[in-house]
Write a protein that binds this ligand. Sequence first.
Ligand code: NZQ
Ligand code: ZN
Length: 385
Amino acid sequence: MNNFVYRNPTELIFGRGQLAVLEEKAKQLGPTVLLVYGGGSIKRSGLYDKVISLLLSAGCRVLELPGVEPNPRLSTVKKGIELCRQEGVNWILAVGGGSVIDASKAIAVGVPYDGDVWDFYTQKATAQDALPLGTVLTLAATGSEMNRGSVITNWETQEKFGGSTTFPTFSILDPEHTFSVPRDQTIYGICDIMSHVFEQYFSHTTEIPLQSRFAESILKTVIENAERVLANPEDYDARANILYCGTMALNGTLPVGVETDWATHSIEHAVSAVYDIPHGGGLAIIFPKWMRYVYRENVQRFKRYATEVWGIDPAGKSDDEIALAGIEATEAFFARIGAPTRLADYQIGDEKLQVMAEKATPYGAIGRFKKLASTDVAEILRMCL
Ligand code: NZQ
Ligand code: ZN
């Protein structure tokens, strides 16, 4: 196991009816709040009215930034920063999925920063200061509710990059807020959560039994609950378990003491930057192909994955066969729940493979399980066609 320091300051407020604490939180955080949300799902579900009512009861002046796009754009972030500066906003409340939270994080660190907020996404600057941020999460997927990551798309340059920004001060997670998530977004969320675990599980670090078991337990819990939630979107316990898995998959618990990979996320972000496809859909296509491309770097790790997560019986099989059986089980699962399996599912052909491969590797080779140059990325993308 490697050395590590672990700190996570986000207060996680989980369960039915927990939205009520918002009033108290709002009183503590200041009189002027910027409410950030997406394309209207919170209005259709009734959550918007409840949030407004709690903020008004707390005596807040509420400004709004609606219309945050899935794959949130830099131009929207800049609008939010401008509004906060003009109106003297004290804190930000993000109500929505990962995109709304990520845009809110960018606004939170952009307001006190003199330079261009894009600097935080191009490794030109590190965020030192931020407005306080609260979140009400409505979609289980990214883990953004309890980490400091934020992923923003600069549509002018067709670049989609992650930056290290700010932790939410608090995040309210009521599984009932995820009942209305449509089937496709539920599937993408499941694939995203599993992919976060994969990025931190396929590693060459040895003697990490606890981290490995944490990771395997998240994967098994997601797998057990996936079909249940798809069969009944209002199954509270299935939604709750997937929601909690989403947070635990990317709140800093899994990577402690472990060398992590993250190449597949860079590849997916490059695809989204060019074609604007849903993040989890892209991952469902790319991850199994990445697995096939790299598994020989550490067959033992893939054997463990196959037997522990998928219950593959190793009897009579070679190491390669066991590893491949685990990868096939992953592919079969994604197909069974209705995730996309090929880039063609998004009408993506081979025209821009090289462009995407270059965009995935702006600073050179990516990944640690196997270092991937742009030629490797192009090869993996070709396998996805
Ligand atoms: O915009 P609205 O109308 O709210 O609709 C959204 C959106 O269309 C809808 N939705 C969300 N909650 C809903 C709902 N519809 C009905 N009922 C609800 N309760 O779902 C659609 C997708 O929302 P979005 O926020 O884009 O999804 P997700 O949470 O998957 O976030 C994806 C973004 O997060 C980034 C991705 O790259 C992508 O840009 N990521 C952020 C990470 C992080 N900050 O740590 C890590 C991830 O790996 C990921 O890269
Ligand atoms: Zn992701």
